[in-house]
Design a protein. Structure first.
Length: 652
């Protein structure tokens, strides 16, 4: 079954790229864009040369698995760390690497380069060129018409926020006075984080566009699973009047292809090419030196690999890119394994590395599509509810059209499973895992719902037993791992599986999970970081960008405090304080342990002799408890492989 029909994680299935690749002409367009990229990229300055240098005069935090918490000096040469310890000893070691310069930190902090082990480069680049309508998008001003995404929720986020931004865009289109259909695309709509949960439909968008309008509006929900279109957009897509009336302008991921097909392809292509490098530069500004794109090839298959590889090999990306290849199709998985081998232990510094395969088991909890045992609180879907539960709720209908109120599972369910007909594939997940693990491939499996989590663990257990694969060597992961019972934690630890947490679920969405989506008791199971560590697992924290903002320091803060930032009032409540990490544990989850999950810990993640000189200079020490909010610590410099790839000229 083609993955295009899965209602899974839209950041992985990326339907809008797929619309460009369904024909040979679409593939040709992409190859032409690759050639154009190589030309256009010349306007960007090349990365600086590697330096030989000694850092001292500040707080140096190695964050290694063992050894002292602090060092006096660090020396780097040829892109690697060659000495760390007492300043005099480092100078003696560096004498053989002359010439070198000394860099006085003036009391600032030096840490390993930060790592985001799960984000999505291509869709993030495309969406950066759309009108930003999400809860992290401050209002534009005359001085800054395109403000960067915030690390904090926008106060008072509501439909009015969306209406104001779209009105400004619509007025601009009307002033242009074009006769042909004019498209406005927006990204980041999130009813779950609005002051009042507001469902958007065609009637609301038609009102915004105005009568007799030629403006086509298409908005994408921040979960990626729902699209909203006005009547002009639906007619441009060739929908009949009965289809327009039936949909009311609301489309699930499975159905939005018709709308996306009508959007001019040049809009998508130009956004992608234009925004790719700025996106990676934004990562560098956040102190990130390594990322893992957890869904490469979801729509354009090998062309996506070629695109990222081309970008990396031009030596212009300030971050190195690891890739997990999207594989929710057995034939595609087999092609990946024939064409590539995972790079798990190379000692060389590479700009682009393929590390794993990626599978998506269910959807998004805040998008109400993660696969659950119990119905979501905020859904009411007469006639389409879960047949194992009485449909007696009286809450407003906030369900996803066509989706049961317990969400969806992307693979064939075992016969004993409740509602076995809900599986979205003829294939079972353990079949995929056996094929991958049996051939020595690490695997990342996306699982959000508690039912989805149990099915994923069942499948992992069957595959690991059948193949006798070495879990310690392959380091299998579960992505998001949102709802974890004690039993699930015990099974994960016993099987040798580690979780990567989208910690923004706690900080940004925790309050709405508690009040609107799960209820207080089930929300306590969310992102159990400390319990996972106590069970003996390594954990990481990730942004899933575009889902939450880039910012490992913010992620570490949210794991440390676990405050529900969407709650009303100044004093934000803590979600399950027993799961709070201390600061060192939280920083390890965005450095060494994140590197371990990406099969990169032999190269990066800590400041140790022989490792790559990936460094970040911060204005304050994040282990200083007098520093309240880690996300507010300015990143002053980012060094990747001994080259300074970012310098903050505003704050020094």
């Amino acid at each position: 079954m083609s993955h295009d029909h899965h209602l899974g994680c839209a950041c992985c299935t990326l339907p809008l790229l797929g619309q460009l690749a369904h024909t040979p002409q679409g593939q040709d367009d992409w190859r032409k864009q690759l050639a154009a990229l190589a030309e256009d990229i010349k306007r960007f300055p090349p990365l600086p040369q590697k330096e030989n240098a000694i850092f001292h005069g500040g707080i140096i935090r190695p964050l290694a698995a063992s050894g002292p918490d602090q060092a006096e000096a660090l020396g780097m040469a040829g892109g690697r760390i060659v000495a760390i310890g007492a300043l005099q000893d480092v100078r003696i070691e560096m004498a053989s690497h002359f010439p070198y310069r000394e860099i006085n930190l003036h009391g600032r902090a030096l840490l390993p380069g930060l790592i985001d082990p799960h984000l999505h480069i291509l869709p993030s680049a495309i969406f950066q060129g759309w009108v930003q309508l999400g809860p992290f998008s401050p209002q534009p001003t005359e001085q800054d018409p395109n403000p960067p995404e915030s690390q904090y929720l926008v106060p008072g986020y509501s439909y009015k926020h969306i209406e104001t931004r779209l009105t400004a865009e619509i007025d601009g289109k009307k002033e242009a006075g074009a006769n042909a259909t004019q498209w406005i695309t927006g990204f980041g709509v999130d009813p779950s984080l609005m002051d009042v949960w507001t469902n958007i439909d065609a009637a609301m968008l038609d009102k915004l566009a105005g009568p007799d309008s030629n403006i086509a509006l298409f908005l994408l929900n921040s979960s990626g699973h729902i699209g909203y279109a006005n009547t002009v957009a639906m007619r441009a897509a060739g929908l009949s009047e009965s289809q327009i009336d039936q949909s009311q302008g609301v489309f699930t991921e499975e159905r939005i292809g018709a709308i996306l097909n009508a959007i001019p392809k040049t809009m998508l292509l130009e956004n992608l090419v234009k925004q790719l490098l700025p996106l990676l530069q934004n990562a560098s500004k956040a102190g990130i030196t390594t990322v893992m794109d957890a869904g490469v090839g979801s729509s354009l298959k090998e062309v996506e690999v070629l695109l990222l590889e081309t970008l990396a090999n031009l030596n212009l990306s300030p971050v190195r890119i690891c890739a997990a290849l999207y594989s929710n199709d057995l034939e595609q998985m087999a092609r990946w394994m024939k064409a590539f081998k995972p790079d798990l232990g190379k000692q060389e510094d590479s700009n682009f590395m393929i590390k794993a395969l990626k599978l998506v088991a269910d959807g998004s909890n805040q998008g109400l599509t993660g696969f659950q045992y119990q119905p979501y609180l905020y859904t009411h879907n007469p006639g389409q509810g879960h047949p194992c539960h009485k449909d007696d709720k009286t809450e407003p209908d906030h369900s996803v059209p066509g989706v049961p109120d317990t969400g969806l599972y992307n693979f064939k369910l075992p016969p004993a499973a409740c509602c076995a007909g809900q599986g979205q594939s003829a294939d079972r997940l353990d079949t995929y895992l056996q094929l991958a693990l049996g051939r020595g491939w690490p695997v990342l499996v996306h699982a959000n719902g508690d039912h989805g989590m149990e099915l994923v663990l069942d499948s992992y257990q069957q595959a690991l037993t059948f193949t006798e694969a070495d879990a310690a060597a392959l380091r299998p992961r579960i992505e998001h791992a949102s709802l974890l019972t004690d039993a699930a934690l015990y099974r994960m630890a016993k099987l040798g599986i580690s979780p990567s947490f989208l910690i923004g679920h706690v900080g940004y969405w925790g309050y709405t999970f508690q009040k609107n989506i799960f209820g207080e008791t089930r929300t306590q199971l969310l992102d159990r970081c400390k319990s996972a560590l106590d069970a003996g697992m390594k954990i990481s924290l990730h942004s899933d960008h575009f889902v939450s903002p880039l910012g490992p320091l913010r992620m570490a803060e949210q794991a440390n405090y676990r405050k529900m930032e969407g709650a009303p009032g100044e004093d934000k409540p803590v979600l399950n304080a027993a799961e709070c990490l201390d600061r060192k544990q939280a920083l390890r989850a965005v450095t060494l342990d994140a590197a371990w999950q990406c099969h990169m810990d032999h190269l990066v993640g800590s400041l140790e002799v022989g490792k790559l000189a990936d460094l970040v200079v911060l204005k304050q020490d994040p282990l200083d408890t007098s520093v309240k909010n880690l996300r507010d610590i300015p990143v002053l410099e980012t060094w990747r492989g001994g080259a300074r790839v970012y310098r903050n000229t505003d704050t020094q």
